[in-house]
Design a binder for this molecule. Structure first.
Ligand code: COA
Ligand code: AMP
Length: 648
């Protein structure tokens, strides 16, 4: 299949052809991305690729306009493909599902856009979406985009306080939610959480639209009280008029997605409309090799960037079918679930996180439960979200009988920084590497002084500015924080926060974060945010939280706390209280289970906790005790407590 935006040189091997394509994307980004822009239906087509007049801020397609929802839905209907399946909802939790054709999904989206418009939502307004993995999540996102408004989806595993922090920052004109989510063995009630979060944020009067699901304790009626504005989704939709897609500038924001940084305050990554549409359309063809006849199952959550890009926007922009799966890879009902989904929906591309594969392997080491299904439709397994270890990759490749393709990226970049361009024929896979930089990403590995390191030498992975279309344009409400977070370490470069190396063939190997961000079961968390919560406990004088290796979840947060002088507490009770505190303040997604009381934390003479040294000790890596250490005996005393976690 030919991908718009590239002209693979004839006669070159796939890898040389791809290298030339990548070099061309950096040498003349304007030519490359204007060509790629041909995959999108514009209201005003772009004549300029990038406005670079105010570095370090870059605006893609500054003279163009479009509507992203129109590109994801209407244009496929208008092209005579309205009867094609757009969205397949499959709920292992309910044992039920539903398929929406492009025409049906467009109609649902237009109607719900009418509901939002009726609540006063207009261009540039924010809509906070707090929904489980049900079709209404996709509808709410696309309806918001249809109005030129900005969605901010919050993952259901976050607690009210985290939801409140996002409400305070985004100041939404409406919140869209449902009665709750279904987790194995329990129902997660969303409405009390939304009610509490709005109260915490001082926004009790914000309109809340609720999709009622049966079987939950609380309903929309429970929250209709003076000073609030709670609306039933179905009731409102029955009286609404469908809304047409509204023209927005390519540079107008499409969404804000909050992600964890080094501090407790989440960072609102801002994505534009035009650059996003062009980049995702290119990635669907060039990287994933997915066209209108394909069926993509991305087993993630709409609350994460992988869900935004490859459950919702990517497949729909490509006119393909996307499967929205409500369930887990194991236990709903068993480790063969992905096999069932592949067989039942004729999935051609599966995308998931390595942690899900490790969970399947642990439950079914032979992979028999998956193999009982007809997997013949499947062409490729894509993996991202955390480092893909070779053992897991080889195991699942053997079970599924397809190539396992790692790709490395972040909430900030919106699409793979490094990947194997399967749509262009692919390049040879190297174990442990997500392959080569994608077009537009100028990847370098830098030493602390900013100089490039030689091949095979580890350093900070950075991206030369400008970032390509689809990457973040700023952080919501704070250009300054955007600069501080990403652009200050190395002048002219975006710092990824990951360390790694590049081999002599230009393949990138990502080793892990250099900051306080950890990745637990594919969920990005801040150890700093967990430390802030622990520090609130009256018995805690100071604390450090580390991400320790976990055999299934990749990492898990572990806390080390020093008690206030003169206090004596039962460490078991204290641990239980701290675990409960984190669950209440951050949410179950933090999966925080271990808090160990220690005599003291290792520090430099200036009082900085030696978190990096503690992390290295826990990982069994070689470490050098910094010469500035205040008391080496403290580190020695901690050594027996710092070790990888065993399976839960
Ligand atoms: N709403 C409410 N609670 C949620 C939730 C949600 N959407 N998602 C997870 N939780 C809860 C879980 O129920 C669990 O609660 P518990 O402590 O009461 O058991 C807790 O958060 C921890 O969840 P998780 O870390 O996801 O563990 P798990 O045992 O439920 O599942 C995996 C483990 C590996 C199967 C699962 O995490 C997974 O599929 N991960 C892939 C992640 C992913 O797709 N990441 C995106 C990048 S591709
Ligand atoms: P998120 O923003 O939640 O997507 O998390 C981004 C972080 O996850 C990156 O900075 C990496 O640390 C990690 N990550 C994502 N994909 C990969 C991958 N393929 N290999 C190694 N690490 C990855």
């Amino acid at each position: 299949m030919a991908a718009a935006g590239h002209r693979t040189p004839t006669g070159a091997s796939p890898v040389d052809g791809y290298r030339q394509l990548h070099a061309a994307s950096l040498a003349d980004p304007g030519e490359f991305w204007l060509h790629a822009a041909g995959a999108i239906d514009w209201i005003t087509p772009p004549t300029t690729a990038v406005d670079a007049s105010s570095p370090p801020f870059y605006r893609w397609f500054p003279d163009a306009s479009l509507n992203t929802s129109y590109n994801a839905l209407d244009r496929h209907v208008e092209a005579g493909r309205g009867g094609r399946a757009a969205l397949v909802y499959d709920s292992a939790m309910l044992g039920a599902g539903r398929t929406y054709t492009y025409a049906e999904l467009r109609d649902e989206v237009a109607l719900f856009a009418g509901v939002l418009a009726g609540l006063g939502v207009g261009k540039g307004d924010r809509v906070l979406v707090y929904l489980p993995m049900i079709p209404e999540a996709v509808v709410a996102m696309l309806a918001t985009a249809r109005l030129g408004a900005i969605h901010s989806v919050v993952f259901g595993g976050f607690a009210p306080a985290e939801l409140a922090a996002r409400i305070r920052d985004a100041r939404p004109s409406a919140v869209v939610t449902a009665s709750g989510g279904l987790e194995p063995g329990r129902r997660v009630e969303y409405l009390p959480a939304v009610h509490e979060a709005l109260a915490l944020a001082g926004s009790a009067g914000t309109p809340v639209v609720v999709k009622e699901r049966g079987g939950f304790a609380s309903g929309v009626g429970d929250y209709r009280e003076p000073g609030t504005h709670w609306v039933d989704w179905d009731e409102a939709a029955s009286g609404a008029d469908p809304a047409a897609p509204l023209e927005v500038a390519a540079t107008d924001p499409l969404y804000i997605l909050y992600t964890s940084g080094t501090t407790g305050a989440p960072k609102g990554v801002v994505r534009d409309n035009g650059g996003h549409a062009v980049a995702l359309a290119w990635s669907m063809q060039g990287i994933f090799g997915i066209g209108p006849e394909d069926v993509m199952l991305t087993a993630s959550d709409v609350g994460w960037v992988v869900g935004h890009s490859y459950i919702v926007y990517g497949p729909l922009l490509a006119g393909a079918t996307t499967v929205l799966y409500e369930g887990k890879p194991v236990g709903t009902p068993d480790a063969g679930t992905f096999g069932r989904l592949i067989e039942q929906h004729h999935v051609t591309a599966l995308f998931t996180a390595p942690t899900a594969l490790r969970a399947i392997r642990r439950a079914d080491p032979g992979g028999d439960a998956i193999r009982t299904h007809d997997l013949s439709s499947l062409a490729t397994l894509f993996c991202a979200g955390e480092r893909l270890d070779t053992g897991t990759s080889e195991w699942i490749g053997g079970v599924l009988g397809v190539p396992v393709v790692d790709n490395w990226w972040q909430t900030e970049t919106g699409w793979p920084i490094c990947a194997n361009p399967r749509g262009l024929g692919g390049v040879p896979l190297k174990p442990g590497s997500p392959s080569l930089p994608s077009p537009g990403f100028d990847v370098v590995v830098l030493a602390p002084d900013g100089s490039p390191v030689p091949p095979d030498t580890e350093g900070s992975i950075a991206l030369r500015l400008p970032l390509p279309p689809g990457a973040l344009t700023t952080l919501w409400g704070s250009d300054e924080r955007y600069r501080d977070s990403y652009l200050r370490a190395f002048d002219g470069f975006y710092t990824s926060g990951d360390s790694g190396y590049m081999d002599a063939d230009g393949y990138v190997f990502v080793m892990g974060r250099t900051d306080d961000v950890i990745n637990v079961a594919g969920h990005r968390l801040s150890t700093g945010a967990i430390e802030q919560v622990l520090a609130r406990h009256p018995a805690v004088a100071e604390c450090a939280v580390l991400g320790l290796q976990d055999p299934v979840k990749g990492q898990r947060a572990s806390g080390y706390v020093v008690l206030k002088a003169g206090l004596s507490v039962d460490p078991v009770l204290l641990e239980a209280e701290l675990v409960a505190l984190v669950r209440t303040a951050i949410g179950p997604v933090a999966d925080f289970r271990t808090a160990i009381v220690v005599e003291a934390l290792p520090k430099t003479r200036s009082g900085k906790i030696l978190r990096k040294t503690m992390r290295q000790m826990a990982a069994g890596e070689t470490y050098a005790v910094p010469s500035t250490i205040e008391d080496p005996a403290v580190l020695e005393a901690l050594a027996p407590l710092l070790r990888p976690l065993s399976a839960p």
